[in-house]
Design a protein around this ligand. Structure first.
Ligand SMILES: Cc1cc2nc3c(=O)[nH]c(=O)nc-3n(C[C@H](O)[C@H](O)[C@H](O)COP(=O)(O)OP(=O)(O)OC[C@H]3O[C@@H](n4cnc5c(N)ncnc54)[C@H](O)[C@@H]3O)c2cc1C
Length: 287
């Protein structure tokens, strides 16, 4: 357990103040013990995956952050049924399943999240999303372990019913049979597409806003004249207007202000209210 751990070390934006406590449980029993202790002590908690969809405010996180570094198991059955730990990198899941000729998530190659964060966000790309393969999820929470079916998870666009009160320990998925060579090509194509379209020149969290129904967030941002806009150390990427880049010295506050400025400009230009895809957590610094 660490005290005052800087969250800038655990987010892809590389910003964010310290978490009071940073806990990496060894296994599900250890995790449940930690949750019970935190509940008894009245300490709030949250879970962080790869921090690739997360903006932590500069004042940090009051309470405990749980990190599932040791929850990386992967069990692939001949039937295409796969059980993956909540802390397993999504890319490891994709590499291992495609190498076994299992199709279903190959279009997500290059997304830098964990299985847990990707289920919570119903991460997707290229016409595929986590909801396509998930059968059930094993969760830990203040009331103990439970298993939720796909119906209970209520997937929608970049959304699931998993809220801040439960932790995904593992997910059970069903993949389709595919051709190993074709899947390897598909993965490589996705990786090189991402390398060229998402070379944005600095730490980022991918798409900042959800696409409104029938619209592209990046087109709305560009039409509102915000491509390349700068606040402090944060900049709307020149290469992709729905990305905000940390130029090196950005504070979370710079990114937050840029998010609000983009929303305001898009509202005026198009009448559309952009909704952040990134999760914003933590507190402002005490002044
Ligand atoms: C360069 C780049 C490209 C990206 N491209 C895409 C893309 O194409 N498509 C897409 O959908 N996303 C994309 N993303 C966003 C991000 O990678 C995904 O949303 C990813 O699935 C988030 O996973 P994570 O582990 O990083 O979650 P985090 O950012 O750590 O957390 C996200 C949310 O999930 C919760 N959470 C995390 N783990 C758990 C768990 N085990 N149990 C319960 N709750 C949990 C957190 O509390 C938080 O609320 C991109 C990001 C980057 C930086």
């Amino acid at each position: 357990m660490l005290a005052d751990e800087s969250m800038s070390r655990h987010t892809t934006w590389r910003v964010g103040g310290p978490a009071d406590l940073f806990i990496e449980p060894a296994d599900p029993d250890d995790l449940q013990r930690a949750l019970d202790m935190l509940k008894a002590a009245g300490v709030p908690w949250m879970v962080v995956g790869a921090g690739s969809n997360l903006l932590v405010r500069d004042g940090g996180i009051r309470g405990a952050v749980l990190h599932l570094k040791y929850f990386r198991q992967l069990d692939i059955e001949a039937t295409g049924r796969v059980t993956a730990g909540g802390g397993l990198p999504l890319m490891t899941l994709i590499r291992e399943t495609t190498a076994c000729g299992l199709a279903g998530l190959e279009a997500l190659a290059g997304i830098p999240g964990t299985v847990g964060g990707s289920v919570v966000m119903n991460a997707g790309a290229g016409g595929q999303q986590l909801a396509d393969v998930i059968e059930s999820a094993v969760l830990a929470g203040p009331a103990g372990a439970e298993t939720w079916t796909k119906d209970q998870l209520q997937f929608a666009y970049r959304h699931s019913a998993l809220n801040r009160d439960r932790i995904l320990i593992s997910a059970v998925m069903q993949f389709r049979r595919g051709d190993v060579a074709e899947l390897a090509v598909a993965v490589q194509q996705r990786l090189s597409q991402r390398r060229s379209s998402q070379r944005v020149g600095g730490p980022n969290a991918g798409s900042v806003f959800k696409n409104p129904p029938g619209q592209s967030a990046w087109k709305l941002i560009e039409a509102a004249g915000m491509r390349g806009a700068v606040i402090g150390g944060a900049q709307v990427a020149e290469q992709h207007a729905n990305f905000i880049v940390n130029g090196g010295q950005a504070k979370a506050q710079d990114i937050l202000e840029l998010i609000e400025r983009i929303r305001g400009k898009v509202r005026v230009a198009s009448g559309i209210e952009l909704e952040p895809e990134v999760r914003i957590v933590g507190v402002d610094p005490v002044s």
